[in-house]
Design a binder for this molecule. Structure first.
Ligand SMILES: Nc1nc2c(ncn2[C@@H]2O[C@H](COP(=O)(O)OP(=O)(O)OP(=O)(O)O)[C@@H](O)[C@H]2O)c(=O)[nH]1
Ligand SMILES: [Mg+2]
Length: 203
């Protein structure tokens, strides 16, 4: 049997590594500055099961365009080539800045990098990834809700119900909302045949 993967994607500093810690207990490195994770780092969590902490793609100051493109391609290639072996995908993004960033990008004719990535994962895996709308502790409740609404509209082309079941509003750092997300992830992994998905994680 080929190895199976749980992938974590998202822009630099979105909180991917912190989310991995909260959901799985694996002590992956976390950093204050964007660009802490620079490679596709694989961590074995059970027999035949690895989680993949991916670098953030998008601007990395000082790294240049080349680093950015190579990193993004590595991520996109991995998802495409291993699509059949990816048993769960989690996309993490900072919910507080969604509307602001989206509007800035729209002026230049681009769509949100997060929406683009989630759609890419959905196309390759045949289903939306679990989506962590992270850092809710940093925003007022009404702003978080406004951003969640705008994000779902944008992702689904105006049919928010299509994706709402995949969305978890969380604070990875303060472990708010992560319990429900972990339950869903574990249920999924059990269904995929991993009855003890964190058997190799040292606590
Ligand atoms: N306030 C707040 N800060 C968070 C949360 N999650 C992560 N952070 C902080 O955001 C920063 C980046 O977290 P990481 O988990 O390293 O982010 P990453 O997406 O793995 O970043 P790269 O590896 O650089 O792509 C750290 O300072 C975290 O403590 C959250 O829910 N709330
Ligand atoms: Mg990281």
């Amino acid at each position: 049997m080929p190895d199976k993967y749980i992938i974590f994607s998202g822009r630099p500093n979105a909180g991917k590594s912190t989310t991995i810690r909260a959901l799985t207990g694996v002590k992956v490195p976390v950093g204050k500055k964007p660009g802490t994770t620079t490679k596709l780092n694989k961590y074995q969590i059970a027999t035949g099961l690895y989680l993949v902490d991916m670098p953030g793609y998008g601007r990395k100051i000082g790294a240049g365009k080349n680093w950015e493109d190579t990193t993004k391609n590595k991520i996109l290639d991995f998802i495409q080539e291993e699509a059949d072996n990816i048993v769960a995908a989690i996309h993490v993004f900072n919910i507080n800045t969604f509307i602001e960033v989206e509007q800035r990008l729209a002026k230049k004719g681009f769509i949100s990098v997060d929406v683009e990535m989630i759609q890419y994962i959905a196309e390759n895996l045949g289903e939306y990834p679990f989506i962590a709308a992270n850092k809710i502790d940093k925003g007022k409740e009404q702003d978080v809700l406004r951003n969640v609404g705008a994000f779902l509209e944008s992702l689904t082309d105006g049919d928010p119900d299509a994706a709402v079941d995949y969305l978890y509003a969380i604070s990875a750092k303060n472990k708010i909302g992560t319990g429900a997300m972990k339950n869903k992830l574990v249920q999924r992994l059990i269904k995929k045949g991993f009855t003890n998905p964190f058997e190799r994680v040292n606590r």
